[in-house]
Ligand binder design. Structure first.
Ligand code: NAD
Length: 460
């Protein structure tokens, strides 16, 4: 949109005011168009994701196209139910009034997304915004330029250009957009960006949803069954290095395990990495690249600290030319190192040992609230302790990352990992206002509610 950003937003506002986006028919047609946009352009999306991140088509389908198609289909199936007014059961005092809760669209909303899942994290919130009947501006991340260009070119070919716009650009454009008046801002990104969004939103008291990140811990209880251990290790390796090579907000950031199990764990992870990516992961087509040189340098510098470098038990090699970092396992790196203080967002996997796995609760609670906690355990009492004594966006037992694709569960953070939630009906709610409607008649009339006040009215 370039120079005409502000006019375009005005245009969207005018469209919204005409009621264009409110009809269920419009919403359904737009959701159908998103399905067509994705399914008719599979090869182009695969190619854009390969250019930006080296994603394999299977990974693209699982984490991006498939997610969007599933969300759109879910919204299409449920939209009639979601938009229907809900009855409010009023107490006798209001008889014979009727109460209703009616979801109404918020207006013109801004979606700012990140680069690691540049298609799904852009279109998934847009699905929520459209389902709820809003006009939308989407700003994809400049760090996934091929995907951003794909969206900018194809969204207008499929969606209603009077109500849905894509604005490409980086921080400057993000700041420019944040200076405008919005009815909601939905932001996916880092905590620093989240702070900027919140302070900009304060100017117009705009509600925000912040989908941020952080360090997601994975607790490994000692499992006695060899089959369970095998599945656990596969799921951890698949979750750590599978989706975008660890560049995932809900990826496994670090593992907490009892000391006695650490050597076995490292060996099992090592074997699984070889099985997944071969003897030379650098030539594997099944592992993504680091998004750019800045992030490559950021990850490289995490390993610079000699104490951290000493803790590497597997991997550690990198190739700057092709932005490749090998799956890397570290055992007990210093807890005050950058690696353990910031979100890793890459293929480095620290294993932190504890004497007793129950201590992991305290370890997690001494740090910012994570977006996700994972725990592999069969111990019900321990599961209950983790649920009750920790705080996080979500907890998944005996698996990792799969909660993201479950539309029936809310997805979002708490504390430093963000606030608000989306997916399925939660997306619809996130982009709606629940308006209370009360319908009264003129009879009966309660006189004691009016002055002049007297003792009788006090006792009434
Ligand atoms: P980022 O905050 O650098 O950028 C996110 C988006 O915000 C981009 O579109 C960027 O252009 C824009 N932006 C950046 N600075 C801005 C500013 N000053 N004003 C306006 N817009 C601005 O984050 P990123 O590097 O794209 O993503 C990585 C972070 O996002 C990680 O912390 C990760 O955990 C988090 N993340 C969270 C989720 C989630 O669903 N919770 C998903 C993916 C990534």
């Amino acid at each position: 949109m370039g120079e005409e950003v502000e006019e375009s937003i005005d245009g969207l506002r005018q469209s919204f005011r005409t009621g264009r986006t409110r009809s269920v028919a419009w919403r359904k047609s737009q959701l159908g168009s998103i399905v067509r946009l994705v399914s008719e352009n599979e090869e182009k999306i695969f190619s854009a994701l390969y250019q930006d991140l080296g994603k394999h088509p299977v990974e693209c389908y699982r984490d991006e196209l498939g997610v969007v198609l599933k969300s759109a289909a879910y919204a299409l199936r449920n939209l009639d139910k979601w938009v229907a007014p809900k009855k409010g059961n009023l107490p006798l005092l209001f008889f014979p009034a009727r109460g209703q809760v009616i979801p109404e669209p918020l207006g013109v909303v801004l979606v700012i997304s990140s680069w690691n899942f540049p298609i799904s994290l852009a279109l998934d919130p847009v699905i929520g915004a459209i389902s709820a009947g809003n006009a939308v501006v989407l700003k994809p991340s400049e760090l996934a330029p091929a995907c951003s260009a794909f969206l900018a070119e194809h969204v207008p070919l499929y969606l209603d250009t009077k109500a849905v716009k894509v604005v490409e650009g980086g921080v400057d454009m993000g700041e420019r957009l944040l200076r405008q008046r919005w009815d909601k801002i939905f932001f996916t990104g880092g905590p620093k960006g989240g702070q900027i969004v919140m302070s900009a939103a304060a100017r117009y008291l705009t509600p925000v949803t912040l989908e941020l990140g952080g360090k997601c811990p994975t607790i490994l209880d000692t499992l006695s069954d060899a089959y369970d251990v095998k599945i656990m290790v596969k799921r951890i390796a698949g979750g750590k290095w599978g989706p975008c090579c660890g560049q995932a907000c809900i990826g496994v950031d670090y593992i907490l395990v009892e000391r006695k199990f650490s050597a076995t764990l490292i060996e099992l992870l090592r074997r699984t990495i070889k099985k997944f990516y071969g003897e030379n992961p650098q030539s594997s087509k099944s592992i993504c690249r680091i998004v750019n040189r800045d992030h490559f340098e950021r990850l490289k510098s995490m390993l610079k600290d000699p104490a951290v470098a000493d803790s590497i038990k597997f991997g550690g090699s990198m190739d700057e030319e092709i932005l490749f970092i090998e799956p890397t396992i570290l055992l007990d790196p210093p807890l005050d190192s950058e690696l353990m203080m910031s979100e890793i967002f890459g293929p480095l996997l620290p294993i932190i040992t504890v004497d007793n796995i129950q201590e992991s609760i305290e370890f997690i609670n001494s740090r910012p609230k994570p977006l996700a906690i994972y725990a592999f355990t069969k111990n019900e009492a321990f599961k209950q302790r983790i649920i009750k004594e920790t705080s996080s966006g979500s907890i998944t037992f005996n698996d990792v990352m799969v909660q993201f694709v479950c539309d029936e569960l809310p997805f979002g953070g708490v504390g430093q990992s963000g606030f608000g939630r989306y997916h399925g009906k939660y997306s619809f709610d996130t982009f709606s206002h629940e308006k209370a409607v009360m319908r009264r008649g003129f009879f009966p009339e309660l006189e004691p509610r009016y002055p002049p006040w007297n003792d009788f009215k006090l006792r009434f």
